[in-house]
Design a protein around this ligand. Sequence first.
Ligand code: AMP
Ligand code: ZN
Ligand code: FE
Ligand code: FE
Length: 273
Amino acid sequence: MRLDLHMHTVMSDGEWTPERVVEAALDGGLDVISIADHDTTAGVPAALAAAEGRRLDVIPATELSSTTQDGRELHILGYFVELAAPSLEKHEKRALTLRLDRIRGIVDRLARRGVHVEMKRVLEVAGPRCTTLGRPHLARAMVEEGIVGSVSEAFDRFIGDSHEAFLPTELASPGEAIAVILEAGGVPVWAHPPHDLVEELLPGLVESGLRGIEIYRPRARSGKVAWLERLAADAGLLRSGGSDWHGPDRNPPLGDFHVTADEVSGLLAAGGF
Ligand code: AMP
Ligand code: ZN
Ligand code: FE
Ligand code: FE
């Protein structure tokens, strides 16, 4: 069985619609996928509908943004969440407005540094189905305006986490993000844990109810994978993995990377899958 438990759609900062992602996952030979858009589950129903009657299962998920007291961004995946859960709806609503305000803020900070991007262009790039605006939309607008040559150049030179124009999401603390997922009946999993923070922050997150960490990712070094597997085993945490696929401009085709049922068996069992 081939699984990819982390991908994005146009509902957040992915390039493709949920329907098209489902087709690409089937073409890529995947058996199980998770749509995990930033701070929303809006793409899940469309993906479930597109996969209906096909040889593909869709696990409902989301990837909540959180900010530590030091201003670091941590992403918490929520697997098997109930889509209509009040806690999630409340978080999504906040995310919708606060993410818009935040990108406006970053655009203002760029302007003060002589880099001019129109908010209208950013919203056009995001498109009509986007619910949660993110930096990749801004980066794509900067490419279209000829300010940078690529999305990664936009992050490297202007809007990466360490730049002056950057503003954190400030939607929730990591503990609050975990609570939102737990209240929605989901399984909270730390997405792509930064290697410099994992050992320091893991105990507190586990205390808050974290149940797993994302370990298997494209280009992950085998030494790091083994290290995270040991950390997970020691802390009694579930293991997850996925490509964090955003679209063909940024990632190899869906199916190039997959995890096995064995690698994520505990997580699947936790969701009654
Ligand atoms: P945001 O949620 O608005 O803070 O944006 C975070 C998203 O930006 C991540 O989920 C990635 O999709 C993207 N991203 C972060 N860093 C980079 C980078 N260096 N190059 C390209 N995309 C990035
Ligand atoms: Zn993203
Ligand atoms: Fe992420
Ligand atoms: Fe992601």
